[in-house]
Design a protein around this ligand. Structure first.
Ligand code: FEO
Length: 169
């Protein structure tokens, strides 16, 4: 595998684990506020990010590449209102989309079609992640200031259940 592509894939393992850490921090923030439904949403989000990290690990290993694990940064976002994590999550997903596109670009330059095909799932997934994250911001903006609506929104988010990624390597 091309060095640059392999390095970027390796870095993405770390970025996905960092995403899991960030979402776990958000889940903890909401659980401390007794907004357990929001907590559930981000606990599942963290699980999905661990799945993403493991897909990159597995893809590297399937292609005979060594996986190098680096230290995971501490989540350093400060949340002052329940809207803050939602906005931070939407920004973070756009950042991750950009990272995925950069790996795709590197793979495209060296005609690494296998990596491009692997990344196709992530390109689509990022579209969904951004849509969901933006949807959360909009819902909170619409209903968050009213206690009764917030209660119902929290209940709706409590119903989210984890499902394994549809990509199987
Ligand atoms: Fe791994 Fe939320 O993208």
């Amino acid at each position: 595998m091309d060095r640059k592509v392999a390095d970027l894939l390796n870095q993405q393992v770390n970025k996905e684990f960092y995403s899991a850490y960030l979402y776990l921090d958000m889940a903890n923030y909401y659980i401390d506020l007794d907004l357990d439904g929001f907590g559930n949403w981000y606990t599942i989000q963290a699980q999905e990010e661990r799945d993403h990290a493991m897909l990159f690990v597995q893809y590297l290993q399937n292609n005979g590449e060594k996986v190098t694990l680096e230290a995971i940064d501490k989540p350093d976002k400060v949340f002052e209102t329940p809207l803050d994590p939602l906005v931070a999550a939407a920004e973070h997903e756009r950042y991750v989309t950009d990272l995925i596109h950069k790996i795709y670009e590197a793979a495209y330059e060296v005609k690494d079609f296998r990596t491009m095909q692997f990344l196709d799932w992530f390109v689509k997934e990022q579209g969904e992640e951004e849509k969901n994250a933006d949807g959360m911001v909009r819902k909170y903006q619409l209903f968050g200031s009213d206690a009764k609506s917030l209660y119902l929104l929290n209940q709706e988010l409590a119903a989210r259940v984890y499902s394994a990624p549809s990509l199987v390597l």
